[in-house]
Structure formats: C-alpha cells, structure tokens
Design a protein around this ligand. Structure first.
Ligand code: GDD
Ligand code: MN
Length: 381
C-alpha cells in the first residue's frame, strides 16, 4: 500500500481541487440615488447568472431618494436573495459602502459592480470562473486590455482625467499594481478569503486600488470588459471626489513609517514658498529682517500644519483638540529653528566640521527630531 491515487477513493476534497466548482457569488452594489437604474440592473443580473452559480445581491445604499424602496419592490421578482444595507452615516463614500458590503457578503466570491448598469452583469460568471481557474484572489474587469474599451466614458475631458489618474497611480505603486492594467476599475471579483477588511481605510471611489494595495491578494488576473453608457441619471463623481482621490493616494503611499518621513520632508520643503513670500512682503513693508524672518516662519509652519493634518495624519487627529495640535506643532517647528544654531556651533567647535557640512548635518538632525516629535507628541499612534 504505497500511495493512494488522488480521487480513486472518491475523496471529495481532491475532486473539488481537480474540477473547480463555480462556488457561490455575492454581488455587492454601492448605490447613491440610483432609483431609475436598480430595477434594470436586477433584471440584467437575473438574466446573466446561471442557476448553477448560487448568487445573492447586497446593495449598500447611501441614497437620499427612494432607491431602497425601489430595490425592495424589484427584489420580489428575483430568483435570488437581495439585501439592502442603508447607511445613515455614510463614512468613506463609495469605498466605505463597498467595504460594508464585503463584510456582509456570505459567499466565497464577491463581485463588486456599479448600480448604473455601466458594468455588464453578463460578465459576472466569467469573472468568478476565471478566478477559480487561475487560483486567483482578485480578478479585475479591465477596460485597457485587448477586448476591453471605455466606450461609456463620456467626453474627452473625462478620458484625459482617467488616463492621467491611471498613469499616476501605476507609477506610485509599480509593484502592488503589477499585472493590473486598470486599477481605477470599479468592477472586479475578489475571493472573500483575500479581503482583509480590518486594514482597509476606504476613501472615495477607488476601492479596487485600496484592496490591491492594502489587502495584497496573492494572485491577480484580468478579464476585458466594455464600459457601457450609464442607463439613467448622471455620474455622482465631482471635483471634490478628485481631491479625495489625491488624499487617498497620499494615504496609501505614506502607510509605512519611512514613506511617512519622506512625505513629511517633501511637505516641509514646500513650506519654503509661503515662508519666503511672507519674508519678502514683510521686509518690503519696512520690517527689520530678524522679526520678519521669525514671523514669516509662522506662515511656513501654518502651511505645513495644514498639509500634514490633511495628508499624513488624517486618521490620527482625534487624540487631541485642534488647538492643542497647532500649539504643539508650532512649538516643535520653532524649537527646530532655535536648536539649529547651537547644533552647528557644536559640530564646528567640538567635532571640527566645516560650516557647510555642519549646517547640513544640523538640518538633517533637527528634521529627524521634528518628525519623531511630531509623530509622538502631536499625533499619537
Ligand atoms: N453607497 C454609495 N455611496 N454609493 C455611491 C456613492 C456613495 O457615496 N457615490 C457613488 N456611488 C455609487 C453610484 O450610485 C453608482 O452605483 C456607483 O457608485 C458608481 O458611481 P458613478 O457616479 O456612476 O461613478 P462613475 O461612473 O463616474 O465612475 C465609475 O467608473 C469609474 C471608471 O471610469 C466607478 O466605477 C469608478 O470607481 C470608476 O473608477
Ligand atoms: Mn457610473
């Protein structure tokens, strides 16, 4: 009795591994005022999903119109369970809604798609089947591979924005987004076991990007799709959503302590602009350059504070009141300035360094102290 041939004894586990079952799928649909689209969407899903693929649909709704009622009425004609999770406190926007849906999903596979019929439900079985076949954790429906297109992206302005955003995002995360041609897609299938809901910090539209970067599914594949025209109504995206996307990018990019320190330095460097502008204005107005320099420095400090608050420590602000944070931040920034002169003197007198290298070393030293101090004393972990 050497080896048992796999499958010979009818071992159900082995058989399952050899002939992948399609499993079951939970379709998660974020909705914001889509009452004119949801009936059509449910109809298309009913037509698309074959009986052998057990399916449930979870709407995560932040609407202010009657979308939930329309969904419930339409659900009565559906051969699969339909749930509406209405959020009274819509945190995280579209991405936050999707994460709620991921948490509520009961199947091994989850497909996320929009509620306005721009994502063809006919692709749902293929997304899941492709994931099973490739043993993938994530299957992206892409507009940018052969067979896909962005037909429904109305207007050259939106096409240009979408292109630029895709390029920027791919350059910021070359490794995490390797093999994903369309990180901006809102249409994808993900294995429930690949979702690490607790590490996600969704912020706005780009939930696929959030999952790809923070949940890091081990194997990713793509399936082409044609981005359709919106069935009814208008896109809920806006310029404000664009700004939210930039904050999202910075948040993802500065998740590690080292990256955060680099971000802190870059923001600090931009502080020279308001600092010098204020210095120019104050001395032009006749102020002596010493008090002018001290005052101008506060403009740089204020600028840095605002950027650091909103970009770097967005989720770590709640520990202290805002005036407490301003005070501590300003104290550290000015201490930096005061400390620099004696430090340079120390490096020159005690260690015999040249003035230039002593200044450079003092700058680096006070920068690191200021970063560590800001993390520890202004924004507790
Ligand atoms: N629950 C919830 N909360 N749903 C939202 C919210 C929100 O704050 N904002 C938008 N939605 C829903 C909409 O109701 C719709 O079902 C879906 O999310 C997509 O919103 P649209 O407003 O139609 O987005 P879009 O067409 O401009 O953008 C889509 O395509 C882009 C690619 O060009 C989205 O899929 C984007 O993620 C994608 O990048
Ligand atoms: Mn849309």
């Amino acid at each position: 009795h050497e080896h048992t041939v796999p499958g010979e004894l009818g071992d159900p586990v082995v058989q399952a591994a050899e002939v992948p079952e399609p499993g079951a799928v939970t379709i998660v649909v974020p909705t914001f005022n889509e009452s004119a689209n949801v009936r059509r969407l449910l109809h298309l899903i009913t037509e698309s999903v074959p009986a052998r693929l057990p399916c449930e649909v979870v709407f995560v709704d932040d609407s202010t119109d009657d979308t939930p009622e329309v969904i419930r009425a339409a659900a009565e004609d559906c051969p699969f369970p339909v749930t509406v999770l209405h959020r009274d406190e819509p945190v995280g926007g579209l991405g936050g809604a999707v994460v709620e849906g991921l948490r509520a999903a009961g199947s091994d596979w989850i497909v996320v798609m929009d509620g306005d019929c721009q994502h063809p439900p006919s692709l749902v079985p293929e997304l899941v089947a492709t994931g099973e076949r490739a043993h993938a954790g994530l299957v992206v429906a892409s507009r940018y591979i052969k067979g896909g297109s962005r037909a429904g992206l109305a207007g050259s302005y939106r096409v240009a924005v979408s292109r630029g955003a895709t390029w920027l995002t791919k350059s910021l995360f070359p490794r995490r987004l390797h093999g994903i041609s369309d990180p901006m897609s809102g249409f994808f299938a993900i294995r429930r076991s690949a979702v690490t809901a607790d590490v996600l910090k969704p912020l706005g539209y780009k939930i696929l990007l959030e999952l790809a970067v923070r949940s890091r599914p081990r194997q990713v594949t793509e399936v082409p799709f044609v981005f359709q025209d919106r069935f009814a109504g208008e896109s809920k995206s806006s310029a404000q959503e664009g700004l939210r996307f930039l904050r999202h990018l910075v948040g993802l990019r500065t998740a590690s302590p080292v990256a955060r320190m680099v971000g802190f330095g870059l923001i600090g460097a931009t502080g020279f602009v308001p600092n010098l502008l204020a210095l120019g204005a104050l001395t032009a107005a006749g102020m002596h350059y010493v008090p002018a320099e001290i005052l101008a420095n506060q403009f740089g400090v204020a600028w840095n504070f605002l950027l650091i608050e909103h970009l770097l420590f967005r989720d770590r602000r709640s520990h202290r009141r805002w005036w407490d944070r301003v005070g501590r931040f300003a104290l550290l920034a000015n201490a930096d300035l005061v400390l620099r002169i004696p430090l340079i003197a120390l490096f020159v007198d005690r260690f015999g360094m040249g003035a230039l290298s002593a200044t450079a070393l003092a700058l680096v030293t006070t920068f690191v102290l200021r970063f560590v101090g800001t993390e520890a004393l202004v924004y507790l972990p």
